[in-house]
Ligand binder design. Structure first.
Ligand code: G3P
Length: 224
């Protein structure tokens, strides 16, 4: 399973990419608003420059024509832009139009398997079931991921499943077990996945023992 960062914060993107574990980024209008940029376009261009993979950027129009116009514009900003389009009737119409033009779409705000299936049939390259928001309402968000993956595999549907609205590290493990192609995680969750108190304790013990023995790490002068 690949890991994307769910953020529009440039510093978070920079740090996540530096670790070498992030292969894409997803944004949405709320995340872009939180980034506090004066220029949405400049923000997107900078994220696309930093990220070695797809960057999902969302349309804000609600009608099909407006979505299509915005999708064409966004797709022209950088070669790795993936256009995020919500799963509404207008959204499906827009997805089927722009997908035929070769524009990659991430169909967003999916809360059911049927919505994911419709998005795939319209031509979306990715679908994003929102796990955490479903869990918040007392539903099993990961079941939508699991069932969508199973159906896409059974019918050889190439659309990739992005487990989105990930809230904690156990969601990431569950998404991987459910067969999601990608989990898009907030930076905070990426750090939670990394840190473990036993790693910190183990590391300081190793170094205490090393220092107590008076050992030194000798590197050749002028070495790499
Ligand atoms: O990728 C979708 C994600 O941004 C939604 O997450 O935490 O706002 O439900 P959240």
């Amino acid at each position: 399973m690949e890991l994307f960062l769910d953020t529009a914060n440039i510093e978070e993107v920079r740090q996540g990419v530096k670790l070498g574990v992030v292969s894409g980024v997803t944004t949405n209008p709320s995340l872009a608003a939180r980034a506090g940029t004066p220029s949405f376009r400049d923000l997107v261009l900078e994220v696309c420059r930093l990220v070695p993979g797809p960057v999902s950027v969302e349309v804000t129009a609600l009608d099909a024509g407006g979505m299509v116009r915005q999708a064409r514009e966004l797709a022209g900003w950088a070669p790795n832009v993936v256009v995020k389009i919500p799963v509404t009737a207008a959204g499906l119409e827009a997805i089927s139009t722009v997908s035929k033009e070769g524009i990659k779409v991430n169909c967003t705000l999916c809360f059911s398997v049927n919505q994911c299936l419709l998005a795939a049939r319209a031509g979306a390259a990715y679908v994003s079931p929102f796990v955490g928001r479903l869990d918040d309402t007392g539903h099993d968000g990961m079941a939508v991921v699991r069932d969508t993956v199973e159906i896409f595999r059974r019918y050889n549907i190439a659309t990739k499943v992005i487990a989105a609205s990930i809230r904690h590290p156990l969601h990431v493990v569950a998404a991987a077990k459910a067969g999601a192609d990608i989990a898009t995680v907030p930076f905070k969750v990426l750090m939670q996945m990394l840190h473990h108190p036993l790693t910190d304790i183990g590391l300081s013990r190793f170094l205490e023992d090393w220092k107590a023995a008076g050992l030194e790490f000798e590197l050749p002068v002028g070495g790499h």
